[in-house]
Design a protein around this ligand. Structure first.
Ligand SMILES: Cc1ncc(COP(=O)(O)O)c(C=O)c1O
Length: 358
């Protein structure tokens, strides 16, 4: 064993060595339908106006540590109640990390219904929490009795509920969420990353449930490159979680660009309306293919099952189209693939290539 390997064995704890780093697929010049990005760009006028704003940024100075203009913009666009505070993260991934750091202590449990967003597990395990996954029901609804039993047995410090859920695309019933919230002595984080695509938000109920924190991101809105996520919660919660936030975690270029984009939110809203329309068209077209099972989606992607997912995935890749192969990611996702809604032309190319690869 080399010296470095010996040092790693000695100093990197076993729970870190056991993890696998989050894998991002190699993109090249492929049509990219793998990561729930908005496929549209801005017109020339808007780009010019944005570049003018960037022109005013002084890179030699640290950013506004509180990012107050960004928070004001988010508050307005997302209808965040006045009595709730906002914590910003370098993507909601960073917020998950802050939450895990805050809530972690010996033997504390992180509970997540599965399959769901993989970063909950990866981050929870990285900070040393005990991770507990409870399978969703066959239709991907919450298995409330199983969740309640896990809560009673393990008293989780943190529960993450993504609604709409990734990678399944469905929302969880409010009544089911509330049963979990009411039974939990710990905190329930409702992750609304995909809320712009038509689902009902938990925001109006937030005040009533002191153990609920609400997480959002601008990534799926069309600003994935900015890396900006937010947590909305009562001021006392935010004040605690702020203690794990690194100073200046939202850089100046992100702050200026996010403020600009939020001022021009109607542009993103138009794009989202188009994405939702195209989701229905793509869903119908997928359902028309033989031997393809398609799940309803309230997000900007569709989960579907084919007879042989690795074969279909390889066929698409050969046609220069990148989607997400979920086969092997979880037992409930056997032969499942996930496609992000692209432009109508991208969707058409995807469908043609898929049909040829089944
Ligand atoms: C449910 C869910 N939450 C959070 C995220 C992370 O988003 P961000 O880009 O803000 O880190 C994702 C990304 O795919 C997601 O699917």
């Amino acid at each position: 064993m080399s010296k470095i390997n010996a040092l790693i064995e000695q100093w990197i704890p076993a729970h870190i060595r056991k993890l696998s780093a989050y894998h991002v697929q190699d993109v090249g010049n492929a049509i990219k339908l793998d990561a729930m990005e908005n496929p549209y760009t801005w017109d020339e006028n808007l780009r010019t106006a944005w570049l003018q704003r960037l022109h005013e940024v002084t890179l030699a100075r640290y950013p506004d540590a509180d990012a107050s203009a960004v928070k004001a913009g988010l508050r307005q666009v997302m209808n965040i109640p006045e009595n709730m505070d906002i914590l910003l993260g370098n993507g909601s991934d960073e917020i998950i990390q802050m939450l895990a750091l805050c809530f972690n202590a010996a033997e504390r449990v992180l509970l997540v219904p599965e399959p769901s967003f993989v970063m909950y597990r990866l981050i929870g395990q990285a900070v040393g929490m005990r991770y507990l996954g409870v399978p969703l029901r066959e239709n991907f609804a919450l298995d409330v009795p199983a969740m309640l039993q896990a809560i009673a047995e393990h008293n989780p410090a943190l529960i993450f509920l993504a609604s709409p859920n990734n990678p399944t695309g469905n929302t969880f019933a409010l009544a089911d969420i509330l049963q979990i919230v009411e039974a939990s002595r710990g905190v329930v984080v409702i992750d609304e990353a995909y809320i712009p695509f038509g689902a009902e938000t938990f925001m109006p109920h937030l005040e009533k449930y002191p153990n609920v924190l609400l997480m959002r991101t601008v990534s799926k809105l069309g600003l994935a490159g900015l890396r900006l996520g937010l947590l909305v919660a009562a001021p006392a919660w935010i004040a605690e979680i702020e203690k794990t936030r690194l100073p200046y975690n939202i850089n100046s270029l992100t702050q200026v660009s996010a403020s600009f984009a939020l001022e021009n939110f109607s542009v993103l809203q138009t794009q989202i309306t188009q994405i939702c329309k195209d989701r229905e068209l793509l869903s119908q077209a997928l359902r028309a293919l033989p031997n393809v099972q398609v799940w309803d989606s309230m997000a900007n992607f569709i989960l579907f099952r084919v007879p042989d997912a690795p074969k279909a995935f390889a066929g698409l890749k050969a046609a220069n189209i990148l989607i997400k192969n979920l086969h092997g990611a979880h037992p409930m996702l056997e032969n499942c693939l996930r496609v992000t809604i692209g432009t109508p032309e991208e969707n058409r190319l995807f469908l043609t290539a898929l049909e040829a690869s089944l």
